[in-house]
Design a binder for this molecule. Sequence first.
Ligand SMILES: [Zn+2]
Ligand SMILES: [Zn+2]
Length: 150
Amino acid sequence: MQTKNDPDIYTTFQAICKKFNLKVTPQRIAVYDAVISAHDHPSTDAVFRKVQDRHPNISFDTVNRTLNTFAEIGVIDPVEGHGAPKRYDPNLAVHHHFHCIQCGAIIDLYPDMFKRIEIPSELEKKFTVTAKRILLKGYCARCRTEQKSD
Ligand SMILES: [Zn+2]
Ligand SMILES: [Zn+2]
């Protein structure tokens, strides 16, 4: 898993920005920092609040546009099937998601938790599959405990 302490993550970030001619400004680094240090697939609002600590003059619109740009060039991933508000994922390694329908937690699940996911041969004839992601929904451990105690 990628973490903020992993120096490679910044190298990758800068390399992708360079490839797309995107200047690595202090504000963009602050937005990227806020996403990778969050570990909870943060929303635009959560990223904005975090960036504001260090850059009090940054606007919500700037943060929103920066996140959209990051998603377009593939530095971060918008979390699929979540609707509004959009959530962002800095973890570009292959992994799956569990969405808690009560508290909104999005928890990373790793491929070794699942047996090989086989694509049915009739689909392989039709499509070229380049990525597979399992999306599970339900109650996280904490919300399940709360439900039981009701
Ligand atoms: Zn929950
Ligand atoms: Zn994730």
